[in-house]
Every structure is written in structure tokens, then in C-alpha cells.
Design a protein around this ligand. Sequence first.
Ligand code: ZN
Length: 109
Amino acid sequence: MHELAIAESVVEAILERTEQRQVTTVRLAVGKLSGVVPDALEFCFDLATSGTPLEGASLEIVEPSGQARCHACQREFDVDDLILLCPCGSADVEVVAGRELSVTSVEVV
Ligand SMILES: [Zn+2]
């Protein structure tokens, strides 16, 4: 499962910085176009943190929406799924936001 690998690498990256301190809250930005399902990620986060100083930490996920720019008409528009089609009909579009997956903050005791 894709989300488990992501959860594990997030946990690993946090542990590298917080070491043995107990983490109470982890905030993540998961872009709507990242292909990651927040519910699945949350479930996997619980598995990945088990037995680490992150165990029991609450996970808060924000989902920035997607933005794309059309190369044909230069318009920028919102995209909430992976159908990248400009209202002008062109599919020559570039995703400019919404693919991010990042830790935005962590609270430690
Ligand atoms: Zn267009």
C-alpha cells in the first residue's frame, strides 16, 4: 500500500529531527492532486508510529486544492481531480499547485 510507505517515510523524517522527544501533533499538507488518500494515510500513520515516540500523536491533514495553468490560453484554473483539462478545451496544462505532500509542523513535549 502506497500510503504506508509514505507514512513510514514521514515518521522517519520526523524522528530524525525530534529524536526521542515525544511528539503530540503532526500537521501535514496533502495536496488534492497528490494521489494520496488522507483517510488511508491516517490509518497507516497509526501503524507506522506504533512503538516510536510518535505513537499516539494526532495527525492533522490540510488539503490544498489543485491549480493548473493552461499553455494554450495562459489561464489559471482550479483542479480537484486528475482530469487536467482547461475550460478552453486544451489539455496542454501544467500543474502549479496541489501535488505537495509535506510536513508543515510538529509539536513535541
Ligand atoms: Zn486554456
